[in-house]
Ligand binder design. Structure first.
Ligand code: PLP
Length: 381
């Protein structure tokens, strides 16, 4: 079955009982048991729910994994995965990951004795030097948020396997439509399904997919023991959204390329970060491991003082956190999504105060280009 067909018919895509072509929303917390100690397939909705299971089966198929898990947010999925490790263990964390992922390790897990080192995963040669005897895993994003750095997943996996480490990839920016980390050798994939998978800026959700049974047992235990599960209605919304993922991702990408090319030529713009541009440092690796470049762009203006007037001049791009919805958004990572990372660490990773991030939506490209050009002109740049 082709991937685009799987988006619609993959996993459990209809109701076995009635033939309804949309999986019902099983809005129930518990299930009648056949007798004492004789539950049917489901016992209690934290442990399992048919609507959530349909989504979990779907994401498992789309990523090509052994089992999928749905959580109340992307960070709840990441929390369950970090919970696989013990006090004293050490994790290598990409230096340009989502600020909340950094905060989770730095301010929550470090308190219970999990250690980490930041590494520039887009330069895999730096990884080996950071590995310690206690290192258990490497956690990375590619493309990264917000600098769109590209990491060669297969190369990192090679290093990880040689040192018996798990490779965990946050695939939020690419989605399985453009990139399948498990097929490149990764062990666990994480998503903030709040973003492209949800696609309409109306649900907060997270997903994880593991490559084998051993990891499935461990993550499944954490999902149930910690309890940050996705509710049935939100599970249904994510499954419904995934049906149009192919159309949306193509539209995001096509618009983003036009926007990136326009910005790269604009005299007021200093640097554009978009892996689809041939000038991007990670372009060749992105071409090798992805089938497209998605819809996220970051850029810097030559004059940082113009950032506020530029953003105030935008009419279609909405100033808001989050990304991956049909509507175009703009934000300043250092002040918004990545403010939880201390300034010195942020700057070391290259996230300047004036960096602007765009989530390019699926509106008409001409309207987006004209919105950006008008705002740049109004800002006097
Ligand atoms: C790449 C990435 N991973 C994880 C997360 C966390 O996801 P959530 O906000 O759904 O908890 C985000 C949120 O912005 C993100 O951008």
């Amino acid at each position: 079955m082709h991937f685009n067909t799987k988006l619609i018919h993959g996993g459990i895509s209809e109701d076995q009982e009635t033939g309804a072509v949309s999986v019902p929303i099983y809005q129930t917390s518990t299930y009648r048991q056949n007798g004492i100690g004789q539950p049917k397939q489901y016992e209690y909705s934290r442990s399992g729910n048919p609507t959530r299971f349909a989504l979990e089966e779907l994401i498992k198929e789309l990523e090509g994994g052994y089992q999928g898990f749905a959580f109340a947010s992307g960070l709840a999925a990441t929390h369950a995965v970090f919970s696989l490790f013990q006090t004293g263990d050490h994790i290598l964390l990409g230096d340009d990951v989502y600020g909340g992922t950094f905060r989770l390790l730095h301010q929550v897990f470090e308190k219970s004795g999990l250690r980490y080192t930041l590494v520039e995963t887009s330069k895999p040669e730096t990884i080996t030097a950071a590995i310690k005897p206690e290192t258990k895993a490497i956690f990375l994003e590619t493309p990264t948020n917000p600098l769109l750095k590209i990491t060669d997943i297969a190369q990192v996996v090679k290093i990880a396997k040689a040192h018996d480490l798990l490779t965990v990839v946050d695939n939020t920016f690419a989605t399985p439509y453009f990139q399948k980390p498990l097929q490149l050798g990764a062990d666990i994939v994480i998503h903030s399904a709040t973003k492209y998978l949800g696609g309409h800026s109306d649900v907060v959700a997270g997903l994880a997919v593991v490559k084998d049974e051993t990891l499935a047992k461990k993550v499944g235990f954490m999902q149930n023991a910690i309890g940050g599960v996705l509710g049935p209605h939100d599970s249904w919304l994510i499954q419904r959204s995934i049906k149009t993922l192919a159309l949306r991702m193509e539209a995001h990408q096509s618009n983003a390329l036009k926007v990136a090319e326009m910005l790269a030529e604009h005299p007021a713009v200093n640097e554009v970060y978009y892996p689809g541009l041939t000038s991007h440092r990670g372009h060749e690796i992105a071409r090798k491991q992805m089938t497209g470049f998605s819809g996220m762009i970051s850029f810097e203006l030559k004059n940082e003082a113009n950032v506020s007037p530029f953003i105030e001049g935008l009419k279609i791009f909405t100033l808001a956190e989050s990304l991956g919805g049909v509507e175009s958004l703009v934000e300043v990572p250092a002040i918004m999504t990545h403010a939880s990372i201390p300034q010195d660490i942020r700057e070391k990773a290259g996230i300047k105060n004036g960096l602007i991030r765009l989530s390019v939506g699926i509106e008409h490209a001409d309207d987006l280009l004209s919105d950006l050009q008008t705002a740049l002109q109004k800002a006097g740049v």
